[in-house]
Design a protein around this ligand. Structure first.
Ligand SMILES: CC(C)(COP(=O)(O)OP(=O)(O)OC[C@H]1O[C@@H](n2cnc3c(N)ncnc32)[C@H](O)[C@@H]1OP(=O)(O)O)[C@@H](O)C(=O)NCCC(=O)NCCS
Length: 185
């Protein structure tokens, strides 16, 4: 699947994307992506081999004019938290988004996320899209709000991704944002 916008092409990853992905994942910008760190570049090469088969839900965000991978966006069908039954309809999605720091503040995240939401709602059976955002991550909160997502709540000390210097878990305060298909314009 390929999604085209004015300045971007969202497409599946290829093995040739390792160097571009390494630029932004050698030091993930936020704690929630700490486990995605890819360093050295050989790790990025191995990771790209895994990603090439992901053609429906995991997209490289690339610049139309140069082909450079400047970030990524993905979301997979889930049943929703109350349903552990594997057979329950998977109509809930929780996107992750990330841009290379050199390409933030240029409107690329919104330009990628908006058609991605359209794709999930119109082609992939999404009924509800939600995301967790840490209370200090203003850029991601701003993106959620521009997409029309509602801030549904703040979970105090919700999750820990990294430890404090003394080895104890560092807990994050996390907002939940969401939008329903019937709310999507
Ligand atoms: C979250 C993240 C993807 C947001 O990226 P971003 O570049 O700030 O988001 P946007 O695409 O919405 O662009 C922001 C600004 O670019 C500016 N901009 C510059 N040129 C523009 C253009 N041609 N068109 C549109 N906006 C433009 C706008 O001012 C816009 O701000 P505004 O909405 O107030 O007008 C990015 O900060 C990131 O990758 N962070 C690290 C990873 C992360 O935190 N992920 C989420 C974890 S919950």
């Amino acid at each position: 699947m390929i999604i085209e916008t004015e300045r971007l092409i969202l497409r599946p990853f290829t093995e040739n994307d390792a160097a571009d992905v390494y630029e932004y994942l050698k030091e993930p910008a936020v704690n929630c992506f700490a486990c995605m760190k890819l360093d050295p570049v050989e790790e990025a090469k191995e990771e790209m081999k895994k990603r090439v088969s992901e053609t429906e839900y995991y997209f490289a965000i690339t610049l139309k004019d140069s082909g450079k991978v400047i970030g990524e966006i993905d979301a997979y069908p889930e049943t929703g938290e109350l349903h552990t039954d594997e057979n329950y309809v998977r109509d809930t999605f929780s996107p992750c988004w990330m841009l290379n720091a050199d390409y933030q503040g240029k409107g690329y995240a919104f330009e990628a996320a908006h058609p991605f939401f359209d794709y999930l709602f119109s082609k992939k059976g999404a009924r509800r899209i939600y995301t967790y955002v840490e209370d200090y991550n203003r850029s991601s909160q701003h993106l959620c709000e521009k997409l029309g997502m509602r801030r549904e709540g703040l979970f105090l000390e919700f999750v820990s991704f990294v430890n404090n210097p003394d080895g104890t878990p560092r807990y994050e305060n996390t907002y939940q944002y969401a939008i329903l298909k019937k709310e999507w314009r």
